[in-house]
Ligand binder design. Sequence first.
Ligand code: FE
Ligand code: FE
Ligand code: MG
Length: 163
Amino acid sequence: MGAKGKEIVGVDVKKLLKLLNKAYADEWLAYYQYWVGAKLAKGPMREVVARELEEHASDELKHAGMLTGRIMQLGGEPLLAPQDWYKNTNCGYDAPSNPKVNVLLKQNIKGERCAIFVYKKLAEFVKDKDVITYNMVLDILKDEVEHEDDLETILEDIKSMGR
Ligand code: FE
Ligand code: FE
Ligand code: MG
């Protein structure tokens, strides 16, 4: 990154790169959890659920791209091997071994809650110290909050169908 661009980062860059790469690992695992979940979904409102999961998958992939961009700008390197995603993840991976829509939704809601926590902490870490990363993190956080809300709404709709 340019000298001045680096100079205005007021946090330990090594620490920041580590946190960004951990979030990057989460995004890839979330991407796959959504992507493969969308293929498997079974039960009420299957198509609505699958479409929502696909949409979220593409958002998580976009987040991975945003994180890589900033990681490289800061002179770092994104995690290069999938086994490193597993080693570095904050939120882990829940294999969609039960394809029922309500189970899939709950698994992914859990993931979104973890993501919200991770990005909230990351925002606090860079607040007033690295405006570029801060703004990027807020953009991602906004998506994760929307994701959680979308999934909760669909889950409620499905529950109310049985009443
Ligand atoms: Fe994400
Ligand atoms: Fe998300
Ligand atoms: Mg959505």
